[in-house]
Design a protein around this ligand. Structure first.
Ligand SMILES: CC(C)(COP(=O)(O)OP(=O)(O)OC[C@H]1O[C@@H](n2cnc3c(N)ncnc32)[C@H](O)[C@@H]1O)[C@@H](O)C(=O)NCCC(=O)NCCS
Ligand SMILES: Nc1ncnc2c1ncn2[C@@H]1O[C@H](COP(=O)(O)OP(=O)(O)OP(=O)(O)O)[C@@H](O)[C@H]1O
Length: 213
């Protein structure tokens, strides 16, 4: 983990510092991203971009060809639970889905970055992407942070807030890269096992190494 001196010496590759976030499912990346947004960052939320991408007409058509019309709900949007059931236990299906969704996410991300770089009010860009290392987005970031939370904390939170059971958390995690590798790759680790106030204080400490807070 880099200390203050090293972080301050890093040269930014882009017009603004780009902070890449890593962490297990339910570790608290979105919570950390929310604090960084309050401090003046533009957060690019890959899960949200993927939600937009999966509902583009040509992606919907592809999904209907694979799984039938039931993949679209009564609201005209992709039924996410239907898709989750078919992909997280089946590598081939997940690869197929990623193959159509990720290129669209990439385009949406590029557009969001350009907008953020051009906006004078934005202090830094945050890539909140659960598959940051897996898709090679780390090389497009200046600083990598890892949001750390124990299995027990994560399970309790996703059970309470997302209605996932243990098997669901385990399945999603299994489809992601090694947490040890991600922790080791990080320049900075933010612990999110305690309450939100402690996490917020840690995020502020980290942000003050990157831009004036
Ligand atoms: C399968 C889908 C419809 C399930 O939707 P659902 O609302 O249940 O989950 P949501 O998208 O909010 O993701 C929640 C978490 O699941 C995990 N997850 C999502 N996609 C993936 C994936 N391809 N591989 C591993 N874990 C994943 C992440 O930890 C993510 O933060 C959705 O996750 C999806 O479209 N995934 C494929 C696109 C993708 O890879 N997204 C990740 C960011 S690019
Ligand atoms: N310190 C905390 N105390 C209490 N609840 C928390 C804390 N951190 C996160 N949570 C809750 O835990 C859940 C998971 O957090 P979050 O959505 O930020 O995880 P994530 O890393 O973005 O997960 P994913 O990659 O699966 O989207 C959320 O409902 C969030 O509100």
């Amino acid at each position: 983990m880099l200390g203050y001196q090293v972080l301050m010496k890093k040269a930014w590759k882009y017009k603004k510092p780009v902070i890449g976030m890593m962490g297990a499912p339910g570790s608290g990346k979105s919570v950390v991203a929310h604090v960084l947004a309050e401090l003046g960052c533009c957060v690019i939320d890959a899960d949200q971009l993927a939600k937009d991408a999966i509902n583009e007409q040509r992606v919907q058509e592809e999904l209907k060809a694979w799984w039938g019309d039931d993949v679209i709900g009564d609201d005209g949007l992709v039924d996410r639970a239907f898709v989750a059931k078919r992909v997280f236990g089946d590598k081939a299906n997940l690869g197929r889905l990623e193959g159509v969704v990720h290129p669209v996410v990439g385009q949406l991300r590029e557009a969001a970055r350009e907008e953020a770089f051009a906006d004078e009010g934005v202090k830094a860009v945050v890539e909140d992407c659960p598959l940051l290392l897996e898709v090679g987005l780390d090389v497009e970031c200046d600083v990598l942070i890892y949001v750390d939370a124990s299995w027990e904390s994560r399970l309790k939170r996703v059970q309470e807030n997302r209605g996932w059971d243990e098997a669901e958390l385990r399945k999603r995690e299994k489809n992601q890269g090694s947490l040890d590798t991600k922790r080791r790759r990080a320049d900075y680790v933010i612990s999110n096992d305690a309450g939100l106030a402690d996490t917020e204080a840690e995020v502020r400490r980290f942000a003050s190494l990157i831009f004036p807070v």
